[in-house]
Design a protein around this ligand. Sequence first.
Ligand code: F6R
Length: 612
Amino acid sequence: MCGIVGYIGDGSAAPAILDGLRALEYRGYDSAGLAVLTAEGLSVRRRAGRIDDLALLIDDELMSSAIGIGHTRWATHGAVTDNNAHPHADASGRLVIVHNGMTDNVTELRAELLADGHRFASETDTEVIAHLIGIQRDAGASLTDAVGRTLRRLAGAHSVLALAADEPDLLVGGRVGSAGGLVVGHGSSEAFLASDLPAVVRHTRNLQVVEAGETVTLRTDGAEFQDLNSRPRHRRLFSVPWGPMAAAKAGHRHFMHKEIHEQPETLADTIRPRVTLDPAELRLHDFQLPVDAKAVDRAVIVASGSSNFAGMVGARYLRDLARIPASAEVASEFAYAPGPLSDRTLIVAISQSGATADVLLAVERARDAGAPVVALVNTVGSELTRTADATLNLHAGPEISVAATKTFVSQLGALYLLACHVGEQRNILPADQLARRLADIAHAPLAVARALEIEPQIEDLARRFHDAVNFLYMGRGLAHAIALEGALKLKEISYIHAEGFAAGELKHGPIALVSPDMPVVAVALNDELRAKTLNAVAQTRSRNGRVILVATEGDDLEDGIADEVIIVPGTPSLIAPITSVIPLQLFAYHIAVWLGVDVDQPRNLAKSVTVE
Ligand code: F6R
């Protein structure tokens, strides 16, 4: 998945595009490029490397242009080289495109073009698409119609932007399938097209979404939409509340650090507008369950990565608070083996970005089987919000760092509220119990604030442990999901191998790995499984394992039970995952800082994974 940006207006295009690309760098950052139209024709600059490397190639000639397109790449077809960086031109060199997506039928299309005498300068599928658009234009189509007709031929999911020298007052965008979105932003005398909101909301909050199967023709003063057969479409204008300040680092060294520290507020933003304590009421104003809660006989949570680990906790919430059999499934697995589903199976799709291809596909499969779908999403207006029957927004604000932190915690908060809501509707939670549960979650932001106070201890631990090359993470019950999340955070941003597992499984295999060189992080919540987890800690230590134990305030631990003990504030057990993940986020962050890793943009990753 890549980031694409287009600009047209009365300003200089190149700086606006670079600025937009920086905001999208979370989607991919191995190469970058842009093309603008000047009095001399199309000018292209592109190279392997970051946006800052591309900025060095911008000269006065490029600065004079008021129309252009740009790209930040996450390589799929073709290695990370200058030649494979976008934009790519058609055979005539009179049009260029940038592209986000993967062409599943590229082999056939390339072979067809080669047989017709086309030659390619790169290994990318994008160049093949550019040539196909060029062929349509040679046959007399406008740029818009040529993009639409070409998109019809591509298998897979795509967004493209195109710029042609002989149609100098417009940009064309097009989308097919769920390839990470395309948004139009309207300023007073300029307009933008980009893969995602952060590139646009710094200039304007007046937006339109390009839907799958559509093209948009963008001029300074407006946008026209049509389907891929050139029939007009109407798209409504909407506004988003996020301003540019929400996306700035606010004095923190990294976005991840800022986002970890924002969690008391962002969790409160998820919870507080929906919960009152006196009288105790849960009001999901912006949400309606798309099925009679009493008719639901099973819930399946589908998600990827960290969102999947949040889903594991959410499944437990639904089981305990709504008495619904519930499980969490990895979206990419569920999509191809969903098992029996019906209109009584409640699907809960969780995705920070709302653009994860695996999750969108899982939802499509569920909808095909008639199952009602609820989405938990942070990105307003994202694809998932449009395909689900109902959406519970996280309201956590933009998360810029690639590693999910505040959105994970807000997902836990939103899942808790969802489970309470379903429990209430099923008459499982009588008024007094609901009041108690609501009070528990309403106090969670404060507990998160207190958990953050342990940062100095974690910094010191990171100093002492950052040279370990492997880690084990274990926990049981709700802490199992937190152990998996802690291990994922560490591997993502520090590149240290970390394996998470259910602590009860230690004796079934992982114990063979225990040695002084492989520290073990154990999470023991103050719940019915605490003693079992502490047994696993004892088994580890009796084999010379070094244990960092995350335990709860008020827990009466034996002296010397672990090599290091991190204490998080005591909370009711269902809230404990929310506080116990905080030290693991901080630990991963400080280890990565020690190792000098690019914390916010770790190698090979991207924030929105819009390919399967
Ligand atoms: C982890 C992380 C990824 C995402 C996963 C799903 O820090 O960021 O594992 O959780 O790619 O992304 P969303 O939630 O956008 O569907």
